[in-house]
Ligand binder design. Structure first.
Ligand SMILES: [Zn+2]
Length: 236
């Protein structure tokens, strides 16, 4: 069941699970949505009491939620950490045009979110693929595939078979940061661990990687606040 909690001003989902042994409480870091998983035998009213008993913890979690930034006309979006205002512009040939202070999209108002997302995925592919390929060639390793996805937890990954994944949202970060993540994953083609040899290789390919790690730690979450679907508020 889903209900609106007046205590937290948030939606709460209560899920009854067969295998659940105890009550677990989660707060989504992006939306503030509260989820309570309870065993089949536990009652809904018991679950609601449990939620209130943990009010301090829930409120502390809600404070961490960064407000979502729904992308629409006029939104300022960073690309390579340079802010671009999103505008609609009739373009003769291309669907979009990246300018020093604007991102011009040739689309309808309702398509601005999806057009921006498509642009970012394309741009990430164009910018990051050569960085990955050149560095893999440099260390004489073969890449099986490169995919650009929007993963929740990791910025990138590399499988033992040589399949690389990089989060396309990184194209919003400073160039040094997305270059670092690309090189981090490429370096896993040689070392499938985070041992001393691995970090030596990363450093030889991208000397100031520590600054980029700090940047990601401090600012990475901001890149995840941009939302490209139409917001609920705008739908009604
Ligand atoms: Zn790694």
């Amino acid at each position: 069941m889903v209900f609106f909690s007046k205590d937290f001003h948030k939606l709460v989902t209560i899920k009854q699970r067969k295998g659940a042994r105890r009550l677990t409480l989660r707060v989504c870091q992006l939306t503030g949505h509260i989820t309570l998983t309870i065993p089949l035998r536990a009652s809904i009213s018991y679950a609601k009491d449990f939620l209130l008993e943990n009010a301090d913890w829930v409120n502390a979690q809600l404070k961490q939620v960064i407000p979502s930034n729904y992308v629409s006309i006029g939104t300022k979006i960073p690309i390579g950490w340079v802010e671009r205002e999103i505008i609609i512009q009739k373009l003769s040939q291309r669907r979009h045009n990246l300018e020093p202070t604007t991102l011009q999209l040739d689309c309808n108002v309702v398509e601005v979110g999806s057009a921006t997302k498509n642009f970012l995925v394309d741009h990430a592919t164009k910018v990051l693929t050569p960085i990955i390929e050149e560095n893999a060639e440099h260390i004489k390793r073969k890449i099986k595939s490169i995919r650009f996805k929007d993963t929740k937890s990791r910025w990138g990954s590399c499988s033992s078979k040589g399949s690389l994944m990089v989060n396309w949202r990184l194209i919003m970060a400073p160039p040094s940061v997305y270059r670092y993540v690309a090189i981090h994953e490429v370096s896993h083609l040689k070392y499938m661990n985070h041992g001393a040899d691995f970090w030596r290789l990363v450093e030889s390919l991208h000397p100031h990687y520590r600054e980029d790690q700090f940047w990601l730690k401090d600012n990475g979450r901001k890149l995840k606040t941009f939302r490209f679907e139409i917001s609920n508020a705008a739908k009604t």
